[in-house]
Ligand binder design. Structure first.
Ligand SMILES: [Zn+2]
Length: 424
């Protein structure tokens, strides 16, 4: 009898918490008190099942009582704002002028950009974020360094050169042709790199700082390569007024992006607080998604995003930290703030809904719902090992602690496509 073949698969035993992908009737979560997660070829999940002694032929890494869960997804974060978290310098436009633009100008210095890019990836992984959708600065070399850092860290990332060719300091302003040439170069270098873990995104900062010609050229590049578009919309009333002053040909804020073609493919619009019903309807028609960034909205006093408007129309909603207006890289903070935001509007979200918004729901909003977001066979194994207090038992307590008592809950390990990426 020949010896059994060595099994290249790896198995992890733990408690397990995962969204149920495609659950009918809204967000649903599954909790197993003793489970086995098997990672196979290409870092894909081969099996998830209740643990049975002897059922798996190879060695099993026993991590109980830690909980295995999908890696968290941050659908909106700014890499060059890593060092200005907590800058309480005013509402959106004032905060941009006083805190953001001077800091982002520093990213023309390659040494500084490389240093902060490494910090950025470490902050994400230490918080349990395994996928980020990130804005870079308007500097092409800094954006290149960001991609190098994401690759080195093993993160899954969608990132883009921030486009701005008007109404901004000279140090950040990049004319259309120069910006588009840089974007095309970055697409060639990075879109699909890391075996597909990395994507380049078309990233107009927001309508006030972008000319119509720049946005049209950017939309064309997105269409040519099937790129995700990310930008901001209707974050503050003053920003909305500036948008229509700058683009008087548009009927409203959403119409600016719509008319230039930025909503014709995959689009993720951050905030969406001050939107008229027509704008919500149009977002739904174009199948764009909203990145809801409640902690940032509280910090800048931007207002309350009405989740009910999105839900009534089936608009996908992901959560974003929006660092540096958000005060933490930790998506658990964003989940907790989303709960508070909804309460302010008389709405009560369940912990399961909040958990799904940072995992499967976010993956769906990004068009990655078949690849990541839950622990299901066939998906890529982006997962965390999270330590909970011993007394925490069952789905409800686990979710409550994860989201609302996160001081007592620690991310111990993180994996992307089956590869250990944290601790460093
Ligand atoms: Zn933002």
């Amino acid at each position: 009898m020949s010896a059994p073949r060595a099994d290249a698969r790896r198995a992890y035993r733990g408690r397990l918490l995962t969204p149920i992908a495609g659950a009918a009737g809204g967000p649903a979560v599954r909790f197993l008190d003793d489970a086995l997660l098997v990672v196979g070829e290409g870092g894909r999940i081969a099996d998830v099942a209740p643990f049975t002694p002897g059922a798996f032929a190879g060695p099993v890494l026993n991590l109980r009582p830690a909980v295995l869960m999908p890696g968290l997804i941050d659908a909106h974060v700014h890499f060059p704002q890593t060092r200005i978290v907590g800058s309480a310098s005013g509402a959106l436009l004032e905060w941009l002028e006083r805190s953001v633009f001077p800091e982002e100008a520093r990213f023309r210095d390659g040494g500084y950009a490389a240093l902060v890019a490494a910090e950025f990836t470490r902050c994400l992984l230490a918080s349990g974020t395994t996928t980020c959708v990130a804005f870079s600065s308007s500097n092409a070399a800094a954006t290149d360094l960001l991609f190098h850092a994401l690759l080195r860290a093993g993160l899954r990332g969608i990132a883009g050169l921030t486009l701005m060719d008007q109404n901004c300091p000279e140090a950040l302003c990049v004319p259309r042709d120069e910006a588009m040439a840089a974007a095309r170069d970055l697409v060639q270098r990075w879109h699909g790199a890391g075996g597909g873990l990395l994507e380049f995104a078309i990233t107009p900062r927001f309508a006030p700082t972008c000319s119509r010609g720049l946005m049209e050229a950017a939309a064309q590049l997105a269409a040519d390569h099937g790129l995700l578009v990310q930008t901001h919309v209707a974050e503050s009333p003053a920003e909305g007024e500036a948008t229509l002053r700058e683009h008087p040909w548009a009927r409203d804020y959403v119409d600016v992006y719509d008319r230039v073609g930025l909503l014709s493919g995959r689009a993720v619009l951050a905030h969406g607080i001050h939107l008229a019903p027509r704008e919500w309807d149009r977002i739904a028609e174009t199948r764009a998604a909203i990145a809801h960034c409640p902690d940032s909205n509280f910090f800048l006093g931007s207002g309350r995003m009405r989740l009910s408007e999105a839900r009534a129309r089936g608009v996908p909603v992901a959560l974003g930290s929006d660092v540096g207006a958000g005060r933490s890289f930790d998506m658990r903070r964003s989940m907790s703030s989303a709960f508070d935001n909804a309460l302010c509007l008389g709405d009560r979200l369940t912990p399961a809904e909040l958990f799904v918004a940072a995992t499967q729901g976010a993956a769906d909003a990004l068009g990655l719902g078949h690849v990541i977001g839950s622990l299901d066979p066939g998906k890529e194994a982006d997962f965390l090992v999270v330590r909970f207090p011993e007394h925490v038992a069952g789905e409800e307590e686990a979710l409550n602690h994860l989201i609302f008592a996160s001081d007592a809950v620690a991310v111990q390990r993180a994996f992307v496509r089956g590869k250990a990426v944290y601790p460093f």
